[in-house]
Design a protein around this ligand. Structure first.
Ligand SMILES: [Zn+2]
Length: 72
């Protein structure tokens, strides 16, 4: 199964494959080559522009947060 998303910059359709988990990931648009974030959710996927996602939905921000809280 796969999902289809619309690029938040140019609105081009882009197919994304389902993942095994709900972690957000980056997608590079095939049309405008800009990077955006796709976050799988139960009902499908949520798309964010790079830099506009909340930290928990931003792959890079999550990595930083997890590294920071590693001492817990
Ligand atoms: Zn695009």
């Amino acid at each position: 199964m796969s999902n289809e998303v619309h690029c938040p910059y140019c609105n081009a359709r882009q197919g994304v494959s389902d993942r095994d988990d709900y972690r957000p990931y980056y997608v590079n648009c095939a049309e405008c080559a800009r990077r955006f974030i796709v976050e799988p959710v139960k009902s499908g996927v949520v798309v964010y522009r790079d830099g506009e996602a909340p930290c928990c939905s931003d792959p890079e921000c999550r990595e930083i947060e997890m590294a920071d809280s590693g001492q817990d």
